[in-house]
Design a protein around this ligand. Structure first.
Ligand code: GAP
Length: 467
């Protein structure tokens, strides 16, 4: 059973060092979150799994890591300067700002709202008596389009010429490097570029912990193909299945996942078809990842705005030059981490009646792989445990925690709460002091999920700990 309320996760994340409120000692900065020691391990594992699956293990994929600050012409060409907007509405009474469409959706449903034009949102909100979540009044200004890109200035002069945007998606970093990649990497269509990195959006209504923030990380793929050779609909189905499989292979239950097709009215300005994978969050279904057919929209726009030839030359017929089409599988990194946290959260009633909270992370993303726990603070037990710790960290790539504080029971509880799959207890048997019981030079390995404890000879410990 996963977490049933977001509060369970927010509280565990703070208590156990996964995610802290941003700038906390200064009273915080609304909707910013800092990954703590365990959160960064979890997030890095998620990114590593994604990179291995979609970049390292595929001969048709390469990686990039473009700059966050890009020439602002990139965003003029991509359409973000004119079209990356949300409908903003102000409460006349308390001046609070909201996404008008989102408030209306709660009242009349997504389908009914997506068919409305911008001018129709405010009258409909008045007619449907949509009240301000802040002051409870139904008195709204007309809706305005609000561009969500963060602006800053490059260099010391803060004038219009120095204006730059913080990228709102990582995707454009791949399109503008398309020519560099085909010139240097000898890639043949179909091939893809993958990138993981920060994106920034001045969201009107961020919230639900790390679900919607203004600074977040994306894991995106631009998969280029020749539309006269590859059937885009077949390729679309393949990528749909691959996205689904990635989430389920890392522990998300298919019961809490679904595909949702975008309606024509809802489609982003660059897409002819988009499908999302949604997760059943404690507050309802929400977007986790997407898949869009961006056709040759972006390359054509960049060719036009930059004046550069971005065409691909058919290696089998060098007289044939064309702009490839592209499918875009896109994953929210922070949203993925949030779903893995929600899904892992489990409360169990033990035989003695106590409740055990355990994070049942898939072993490949658990922040800590192994805990080494000396049974007590006796010096010779600690020395032996340290010797084992050093051996494991030197001979494997496992992340190991060494914990001596508190009773062994409390330490098991802590490791359960942070989701460590295996705990190794060093006791008197490890030192040969229990040799009468036949437990000479052995340790106990405790399994997080089954609570089963097995004794293994120290010489076989590393082999038994493989992920
Ligand atoms: N390049 C296409 C693109 O950016 P998107 O659907 O706007 O598409 C992709 O974003 C993914 O990024 C989403 O599926 C979501 O997981 C994540 N995402 C978008 N906005 C976000 C936000 N404000 N906070 C956290 N994650 C966000």
């Amino acid at each position: 059973m996963p977490a049933t309320s977001l509060d369970q996760i927010v509280s565990l994340c703070k208590r156990r060092g996964f995610i802290f409120p941003g700038s906390e000692i200064y009273g915080g900065l609304a909707n910013t979150w800092d990954y703590g020691p365990l959160g960064v391990e979890l997030k890095n594992n998620v990114k590593r799994e994604w990179w291995e699956t979609f970049v390292h293990k595929r001969p048709d994929m390469i990686g990039t890591d473009a700059a966050i600050l890009m020439n602002r012409r990139v965003w003029e060409a991509s359409g973000h300067v004119t079209s990356f907007t949300d409908p903003l509405i102000d409460c006349k009474k308390c001046k609070a700002r909201f996404r008008g469409d989102k408030l209306l959706e709660e009242k009349i449903g997504v389908e009914a709202v997506t068919v409305l034009t911008l001018d129709q949102i405010q009258p409909m909100m008045m007619a449907e008596n949509v009240v301000c979540p802040n002051c409870g009044k139904n008195d709204w200004t007309p809706t305005k389009q609000f561009n969500m890109m963060f602006k800053t200035h490059q260099g010391v002069v803060e004038d219009a010429a120095a204006l730059v945007y913080l990228r709102p998606e990582t995707a454009q970093g791949m399109f503008v490097n398309f020519k560099n990649v085909i010139d240097t990497m000898r890639m043949r269509l179909p091939f893809g570029m993958g990138q993981i990195g920060k994106a920034f959006r001045n969201e009107i209504t961020p919230g639900n912990f790390t679900f919607r923030t203004r600074e977040f990380e994306q894991m995106e793929i631009e998969y280029f193909f020749d539309p006269s050779v590859t059937d885009w609909e077949t390729l679309f189905e393949e990528w749909k299945a691959l996205e689904w499989e990635w989430f389920t292979s890392l522990g998300l239950s298919p019961k809490r996942l679904r595909f949702r097709e975008h309606t024509q009215e809802e489609l982003a300005f660059y897409s002819t078809r988009t499908i999302d994978i949604e997760y059943l969050f404690p507050w309802g279904w929400g977007e986790l990842s997407g898949l869009a057919n961006r056709t040759d929209y972006d390359l054509a726009q960049h060719e036009q705005f930059s004046g550069q030839d971005l065409k691909y030359t058919d290696p089998d017929d060098p007289t044939r030059k064309f702009l490839p089409h592209v499918l875009e599988p896109t994953f929210g990194c922070d949203r993925s981490v949030l779903t893995f946290l929600l899904e892992a959260y489990t409360e169990e009633i033990l035989e003695n009646g106590e409740t055990r909270t355990v994070m049942k992370f898939h072993p490949s993303i658990a922040p800590i792989d192994i805990a080494i726990l000396p049974l007590s603070k006796k010096e010779h037990l600690i020395a032996k445990a340290k010797e084992l710790y050093n051996k494991i960290v030197q001979e494997t790539d496992l992340v190991v925690d060494f914990d001596v504080t508190g009773s062994i029971g409390k330490r098991y509880r802590r490791q359960d709460e942070i989701g460590t799959p295996k705990a190794v207890t060093v006791d008197f048997g490890s030192l040969g002091e229990d040799s009468a019981q036949g437990e000479k030079d052995t340790v106990t390995i405790r399994d997080r999920d089954t609570l089963e404890q097995i004794r293994v000879p120290i010489g076989e410990l590393i082999a038994s700990l493989e992920r």
